[in-house]
Design a protein around this ligand. Structure first.
Ligand code: TXA
Ligand code: MG
Length: 322
């Protein structure tokens, strides 16, 4: 069972867990977050694993201050103004990423944009002490409602995580408002803890509503996932000219002929595999192979999300969202 520690006593323990690539449930002003080091692929994979998320949806990266945010993402003037007005607080900005920002691609599900927010209180202090951003979705099992007390977190996820930091009931109680600046306009991607009217007053224009051109949830956007090469799943053998995405200790027949080879996890660890998935697909794609053959990956645990992701990457391209 997870240990529950009050904010005043939890800092060192939380830091040690995060440094070790583990996850910690923390209070924020909106809802409790299940936090992992956003630069550590295993830490991020553990978030998905604990939540039992069937898919890798992009997560919000939480920062300690604007300087950290500007090392991660590129701010247009309007986004900067919104950050200065509403941070720390329940506003999340979707921004283009800075190259080489160290954010693990599992956080962004391979997108070239990133969702950033600066939380108040314990979360902000923790990030400042760690010196690295924290990826944190709401601290609840996939499909359940977000937790607003440490007790609710423990009841739901207590068997799967080591520490819940208790900051009492979260003051806002629903997730942050997510917006994305598009030229002179601002799009509301998710209503949340800051009323749209307050943002409209700040920017002096009406918010556009609805998802980014046809993207319901970015995590569902197959085209963002699809590598240039075609992808062939459950490969039992490797054909000439193919690259091989391997898993575990046994190789597909003819693997020696593969143009390039990456193993998601030689020991068959699905957590390690999840943390390697996006990077390995990109590397194999860069090999120039026309097809990436993928060895079978079990569907239990994180394997479900890995297979979901690979299934999208392998979908016929004419069925893929533009
Ligand atoms: O209040 C909150 O925002 C809470 C607390 C813990 O901070 N966090 C939270 O995170 O709700 P999460 O990961 O559950 O929410 C992520 C949302 C999803 O709706 C996702 O689609 C969107 O952010 N998102 C993430 N990255 C995105 C991107 N690059 N473009 C558009 N939407 C993005
Ligand atoms: Mg949630």
């Amino acid at each position: 069972m997870a240990e529950i520690l009050p904010v005043g006593e939890a800092m060192e323990r939380a830091l040690a867990l995060l440094e070790g690539g583990d996850v910690v449930a923390i209070p924020t002003e909106t809802v409790y977050g299940l936090a992992g080091d956003a630069t550590n692929g295993v830490g991020v994979a553990r978030i998905f694993e604990a939540k039992g998320r069937p898919r890798f949806n992009p997560l919000i990266a939480h920062v300690a201050d604007l300087a950290m945010a500007e090392r991660i993402a590129i701010f247009d003037p309007m986004s900067k103004r919104l950050a200065e007005m509403f941070w720390p607080g329940p506003l999340t900005l979707v921004l283009p990423q800075q190259a080489g920002n160290g954010i693990h691609p599992l956080v962004t599900a391979g997108l070239d944009t990133i969702a950033l927010r600066m939380p108040r209180g314990f979360g902000g202090e923790l990030i400042a002490r760690l010196g690295r951003p924290l990826a944190a979705p709401s601290a609840n099992s996939s499909g359940k409602i977000s937790a607003t007390t440490a007790q609710a977190v423990a009841a739901d996820l207590g068997a799967k995580i080591r520490l819940v930091v208790d900051g009492g009931a979260t003051p806002v109680g629903l997730e942050s408002t997510i917006v994305k600046v598009e030229g002179d306009t601002v799009r509301l991607l998710r209503p949340g803890g800051i009323a749209a009217a307050d943002i409209e007053a700040a920017v002096g224009t009406k918010l556009l509503r609805g998802a980014i051109s046809g993207i319901e949830a970015p995590g569902m956007l197959a085209s963002h996932y699809a590598p240039g090469a075609s992808v062939r799943l459950n490969a039992q053998s490797v054909a000439e000219g193919e690259a091989l995405l391997a898993f575990g200790g046994d190789r597909a027949e003819g693997w020696q002929a593969a143009v390039a080879l990456r193993n998601l996890s030689a020991s068959g660890d699905l957590r390690e595999a999840a943390s390697n998935l996006f990077a390995h697909l990109q590397e194999l794609d860069r090999s120039g192979a026309a097809t990436i053959a993928v060895e079978p990956i079990p569907v239990d645990g994180l394997g479900e999300a890995i297979n979901d992701r690979l299934f999208r990457a392998a979908a016929p391209r004419d069925k893929v969202a533009p």
